[in-house]
Write a protein that binds this ligand. Structure first.
Ligand code: SF4
Ligand code: SF4
Length: 145
């Protein structure tokens, strides 16, 4: 039962990733923001210096930094095909933004925006039930480490 002042998802939302990789893929262009600490984690993981990582995989947008995409497909540069499955090359150190999907503020604005996100992500509206409290927690997490 949705009480007054509670969000529309007060009774929780279902989500279970089916590992399709679509949220990391084009065709639309996007931004995969990384903080300074996340850049250090990724550089260490790939055994690169921060300068190498910036040169090879990152770009500046104003004051912020995003992971680059393949020029043709617009897939995240770290999305790779392995044994017929699309996986993240930096999964263990993937940025906060990737970890919080699909519980992003813009997806959670309304049932309509949530169901729009479900058109891209087949994991939405299936599987595990996340409580409203869990969703709020994930939504506001800025540092996964
Ligand atoms: S689109 Fe959804 S189901 Fe597919 S990998 Fe991303 S989170 Fe998982
Ligand atoms: S960093 Fe990994 S999880 Fe995030 S968009 Fe790229 S491939 Fe997907």
């Amino acid at each position: 039962m949705v009480k007054k002042n509670n969000p529309w998802y007060a009774d929780g939302l279902h989500f279970e990733c089916v590992q399709c990789g679509r949220c990391c893929a084009g065709p639309g262009e996007g931004f995969i923001w990384v903080s300074r600490t996340e850049i250090e984690f990724i550089a260490n993981h790939l055994k690169q210096t921060i300068s190498q990582l910036r040169r090879n995989f990152l770009r500046r947008v104003g004051l912020r930094t995003t992971i680059i995409e393949h020029p043709a497909t617009k897939d995240c540069i770290f999305l790779q095909e392995k044994a017929g499955q699309r996986t993240c090359m930096i999964y263990h150190v993937r940025p906060n933004q990737c970890r919080n999907w699909p519980f992003w503020p813009n997806n959670l604005e309304s049932l309509n925006t949530w169901n729009q996100a479900a058109r891209k992500c087949p994991g939405i509206n299936r599987g595990r039930l996340y409580s409203c409290e869990e969703i709020e927690q994930i939504k506001k997490t800025k540092k996964w480490w």
